[in-house]
Design a protein around this ligand. Structure first.
Ligand code: FAD
Length: 448
């Protein structure tokens, strides 16, 4: 089984809220799809939202069959949490807010026990083995691996922003490698800022996520005078915006999250983590502020994980199916990993054999310098201005430049993307996605 330290480097390990699935008696896949599209601010690929909502209950059942124990109530029914943007209770969780840990530990155990799976723990992918026309495998620091099909699952890029809830490795390596190999990227300007990350500047705990499930159970957001100022259960982009506005009005770098009415037993690890950071959530509200959390964009794929480069698939946060539109609905991403991951695995197995691979390409991935993360947060944060985005076009890291290039191209504010010069939404861009090939020039596409 993988060492816990390896699992801790993934976002999946840290997932707190859970997986969204229409399981409750008052719920349906249609309602789940509608909530997804509404949160995505009319930029979702509807067919992806519908597939996710339809297949989500089955993946929850499959995970249970494979030994993931989701939390159940006294009657033995799955406990369903309420999160922002959901019109029904539909988020299954495990170990309170320890969902990601439970799932990754169990799946790592299963992978270790499967003799046909070779795990190269600790190896890093440095490039895709591509001649620009087809992917033939991957080049890792441990050597090249030829493959009939390659599936990228390298996670997202939210840690490119200095203030983030993500582990440091979430720097979009998969997207950079895919693009260098010839694959298209999409929606790179769409980064979700989570409204409630701990504000403890200068400490390791700065950016620690406080799951939105606590707001579903009654935690409230308070301003400097101790007053509520927003609907805590609105979608993330709306809550983030009202927090930023209140912070501006008060000239402070945070607002407060009041957890005092909550049962500690429901969120033991949230309370423990906050106490570990020096706060006393049972006695005082804790300081929170938005932080980069999830990148909706990534390697453009169809609904089976196929990229534009034959032989290359992408799944999870590194992929962009268009499902999340301009604002991911809470707890839809773990569900997406399993729904789209299952689909991609089946499709990848059907790929034809391509014979012997071409010569190894010369290009290798270089991680961004620390200055890039500071620059991306400063110049392409929750509120964006043309001149700041233009400054980011000079950054040494290709993905930082592409985020700026895409953000300049989207001359509107929608969901998590806010342009100071263009505060309104452009209805002409409903359902449209920015896509670029290896030349880095974004163009608008409509995805059905
Ligand atoms: C704190 C936190 C809480 C969250 N809570 C929830 C939640 O409750 N519900 C929900 O739906 N979503 C949640 N999310 C989002 C969700 O966890 C992620 O979108 C999802 O887990 C991404 O899974 P993944 O497999 O694509 O990537 P990851 O789980 O991040 O895995 C990617 C792996 O690839 C590795 N990797 C990267 N580059 C390379 C390389 N070059 N070579 C080799 N390996 C590489 C990484 O180290 C990592 O181990 C949360 C995210 C965070 C950070």
């Amino acid at each position: 089984m993988a060492h816990e330290q390896t699992l801790r480097e993934s976002s999946s390990f840290w997932a707190q809220g859970g997986l969204a699935a229409a399981i409750g008696p008052d719920d349906s896949p249609e309602l789940h799809a509608e909530d997804t599209v509404a949160a995505g601010r009319d930029a979702c690929r509807r067919s992806a939202a519908e597939a996710l909502a339809r297949e989500a209950p089955e993946v929850v059942g499959e995970l249970e069959r494979r030994g993931v124990d989701f939390d159940r109530d006294a009657d033995g029914n799955l406990e369903l949490a309420l999160e922002g943007g959901h019109s029904r209770r539909r988020v299954v969780h495990a170990g309170g807010a320890g969902t990601g840990k439970r799932i990754t530990e169990r799946l790592a155990q299963l992978a270790a026990a499967e003799t046909r799976v070779h795990v190269a723990e600790g190896a890093s992918a440095l490039a895709l083995w591509s001649d620009g026309a087809r992917c033939h495998g991957v080049i890792a620091d441990s050597g090249p691996v030829a493959a009939r099909t390659t599936v990228l699952a390298t996670g997202g890029a939210a840690a490119l922003w200095a203030r983030t809830t993500n582990p440091w490795g979430a720097i979009g390596a998969g997207a950079v490698m895919a693009n260098a190999a010839g694959a298209e990227l999409a929606d790179l300007e769409l980064c979700q800022f989570h409204p409630t990350a701990l504000a403890a500047p200068g400490t390791d705990a700065d950016g620690l996520l406080v799951t939105e499930a606590v707001r579903g159970e009654g935690a409230t957001l308070l301003d400097a005078s101790g007053q509520r100022f927003t609907d805590e259960l609105a979608p993330r982009d709306a809550v983030t915006l009202s927090i930023l506005e209140r912070m501006d009005q008060e000239g402070r770098d945070h607002v407060s999250l009041d957890l005092r009415g909550l049962e500690r037993e429901r969120f033991p690890n949230v309370f423990e983590a906050l106490e570990g950071a020096g706060f006393q959530p049972e006695r005082d509200p804790v300081p929170v502020a938005p932080a980069s959390h999830y990148v909706m964009g990534g390697v453009a794929t169809d609904l089976e994980g196929r990229t534009s480069l034959p032989g290359l698939f992408a799944v999870g946060e590194t992929a962009c199916t268009g499902l999340h539109g301009a604002n991911r609905l809470a707890s839809n991403s773990l569900t997406e990993c399993f729904v789209l991951g299952t689909r991609a695995a089946a499709a990848a197995l059907r790929e034809p054999d391509q014979g012997s691979p071409p010569e190894l390409p010369k290009w290798r991935f270089t991680p961004p310098p620390a200055s890039t993360r500071a620059a991306v947060w400063r110049l392409a944060g929750p509120r964006r201005r043309a001149e700041e985005l233009e400054a980011l076009l000079e950054d040494p890291y290709p993905l930082a430049r592409l985020v700026a290039r895409f953000a300049l191209e989207r001359r509107e504010s929608r969901g998590s993307h806010r342009r100071v010069e263009f505060p309104g939404r452009d209805p002409g861009l409903d359902g449209r996605h920015l896509v670029c090939g290896p030349d880095g020039e974004p163009a608008w596409h409509a995805w059905g």
